[in-house]
Design a protein around this ligand. Structure first.
Ligand SMILES: Cc1cc2nc3c(=O)[nH]c(=O)nc-3n(C[C@H](O)[C@H](O)[C@H](O)COP(=O)(O)OP(=O)(O)OC[C@H]3O[C@@H](n4cnc5c(N)ncnc54)[C@H](O)[C@@H]3O)c2cc1C
Length: 408
């Protein structure tokens, strides 16, 4: 097990500087344009693919970094550049991790390369779990997957919503109900290969922030996928369902508890995205406060402004520490006995919302316009308290973990 450290090693520093360079030179200058266009920034993704940032290799390297700092460091730098563009770059990684975590070696080898495409022909992937009536309450999912034994095919029907890259993805990973009695333990994940009939994009959402990232409904109308598209395979699913049925007999709450615990591990990555946005807004505000003069002195000479900056920086550093701790725990298999994953996401996302609002205040009228980036950063920051579990759900998970009562 790697010791917890607050220092990046030399190799990590090199990667961080490389990512920072890409974020500063390629992502940041393109941010305002793609925010206004509200379209997927394909040229930027292509650029990221060319230099190796948009690739499974890079993502996997950070994901398996034993210090746990690889993913948070990468997320912070990319989202420092711009949240909407960065989500377009890392969105595929989130779907790929679903396959890495649950797929067989053959499935990983077949589908992950198709999720990314190559530098000359980049593709994206989507992870589709949320539904119109199943957001925070994942267990109320309705999309069904029914096995057609005669053809060895699964038939998927339902409507997914809020899918990042939904409908424009080459490969969709779809979570569906295979046993409605078992709540979230009766769910399974399926690959929907490129061009499969029956899968279509529904509404594309016009959003408040992260507008360069495509978010849409995905309609599944009698979508037939081969048996080999069930992640992990049928035998493993049957075993898992049998175990879950047995556990459900002993006490249904434990079934739900385990599912919530799984989400915990991915939450620090979202916390790191929020730290990136918060740091970006803080830096703009600090710079502005040092150079903007009113009453014949820089505005930072006023304690009312300087103290805000002190609070902003303190919260950002505290958020990063919580994120790094939780990432280190997750990678090293340390149990989240106080819901440390949720804690990191809760604190970092609330910090991003607050710090970006403070940044607008420090920039005054300029902060309120699209001439300066903090207005966009504030709109972007609002997503962090919503996706991958809202702040209320994080508090629920933390509170119930502390109280030692089952998660419902
Ligand atoms: C831009 C964007 C991208 C997304 N990308 C994806 C994606 O790629 N794939 C995917 O599957 N999903 C994705 N999501 C969905 C996201 O995870 C959900 O929006 C989120 O889980 C919240 O669900 P909901 O929107 O249905 O809100 P609801 O669950 O309806 O919640 C509404 C409000 O009620 C509160 N609430 C609900 N239950 C409780 C409770 N028990 N106690 C206290 N308060 C409660 C919530 O905190 C919230 O404030 C995305 C969402 C957005 C906006």
């Amino acid at each position: 097990m790697a010791e917890f450290t607050m220092e990046l090693n030399d190799e990590q520093k090199e990667v961080r500087d490389w990512l920072h360079g890409f974020a500063a030179d390629v992502i940041r200058p393109a941010a305002a344009e793609w925010d206004e266009r509200e379209e997927t920034p394909w040229p930027v993704i292509q650029e990221a693919a060319k230099v190796g940032i948009y690739s499974l290799d890079f993502y996997a390297q950070q994901y398996f970094d034993p210090t746990g700092l690889g993913i948070p460091m990468a997320m912070e730098e990319l989202f420092w550049g711009d949240a909407g563009i960065a989500l377009s770059i890392v969105g595929t990684g989130l779907a790929a991790v679903g396959v890495l975590a649950n797929g067989t070696e053959e499935q990983i080898g077949t589908w992950i390369p198709q999720m990314y495409g190559d530098a000359g022909d980049v593709k994206v992937a989507a992870f589709c779990s949320s539904e119109p009536d199943a957001g925070s309450d994942v267990a109320s999912m309705r999309t069904r997957a029914v096995y057609d034994e005669a053809k060895d095919e699964w038939v998927l029907n339902g409507t997914k919503t809020w899918a990042t890259n939904g409908g424009i993805a080459n490969v969709h990973v779809v979570v569906a109900v295979v046993d409605a009695e078992l709540g979230s333990k009766g769910h399974a994940s399926f690959i929907v290969p490129p061009g499969t009939p029956g899968l279509s994009q529904g509404q594309k959402f016009k959003k408040h922030g992260i507008r360069a990232s495509h978010t849409a409904e995905v309609i599944l109308d009698n979508v037939r996928v081969p048996g080999s598209c069930l992640l992990g395979g049928k035998e493993k699913l049957d075993e898992r369902l049998a175990r879950a049925r047995e556990r459900a007999k002993q006490g249904g709450e434990r079934v739900k508890n385990a599912a919530m615990a799984t989400f915990e591990a991915s939450r620090p990555a979202v916390g790191a995205m929020a730290v990136g946005t918060a740091r970006a807004a803080y830096e703009v505000a600090l710079d502005y406060a040092k150079t903007r003069e009113q009453f014949s002195r820089p505005i930072i000479d006023n304690q009312g402004v300087a103290f805000q900056l002190a609070d902003m920086r303190t919260s950002i550093d505290a958020a990063r520490l919580l994120v790094w701790r939780a990432s280190w725990m997750a990678v090293n298999g340390k149990p989240f006995t106080a819901a440390e994953g949720s804690m990191s996401k809760l604190f970092a996302s609330e910090t991003a919302k607050k710090v970006t609002a403070q940044a607008i205040q420090i920039l005054g009228g300029n902060g309120y316009t699209r001439e300066y980036p903090v207005e966009r950063m504030h709109r972007d920051a609002a997503i962090y308290t919503i996706f991958e579990g809202t702040s209320e759900i994080q508090r629920l998970v933390i509170a119930r973990t502390l109280a030692g009562v089952p998660l419902r």
